[in-house]
Design a protein around this ligand. Structure first.
Ligand code: THU
Length: 131
């Protein structure tokens, strides 16, 4: 089941991306069980290691507002093909997500995959995703 509101939020976040170095825009939106939404975008830094991914910004935003339990994460990238979360983000999922959190992973141009927590944990984000 796809929630258009969350798709729109992920898109809104993607549009806020600060990604002058990679030109790779990402938006993420997490939903809590009581229907609250928190989004985040990727924010790059001239000191590259200071870059923070959209997923972690969305989760950190929610946690900063007192949320600890999540139902879904919607992720949207500006790439032509679907891209999966990086391992740093997966570590944050392990910290805050139960194993039944569902992922809706999309491209800006309309490709979409719905994946379980377990499936996402078995995906990769590599340099080939940046072409
Ligand atoms: N990025 C994300 O926002 N999420 C991921 O899971 C993978 C990568 C961002 C970080 C950087 O701004 C750009 O995408 C290229 O790596």
């Amino acid at each position: 089941m796809i929630d258009q509101k969350l798709v729109d939020k992920a898109f809104e976040a993607l549009e806020f991306s600060h990604s002058p170095y990679s030109n790779f825009k990402v938006g993420a939106c997490v939903e809590t069980f009581d229907g609250r939404f928190f989004f985040g975008t990727n924010i790059e830094n001239a000191s590259y290691g200071g870059t923070i991914c959209a997923e972690r910004n969305a989760i950190n935003n929610a946690v900063s507002h007192g949320e600890r339990e999540f139902k879904t994460l919607y992720l949207m990238t500006s790439s032509d093909e679907i891209c999966y979360p990086c391992n740093l983000c997966k570590q944050t999922f392990l910290e805050f997500f139960d194993k039944d959190v569902m992922f809706n992973i999309m491209t800006k141009n309309g490709k979409m995959e719905i994946l379980s927590f377990e499936k996402v944990m078995n995906t990769t984000f590599t340099k080939e995703d940046l072409v």
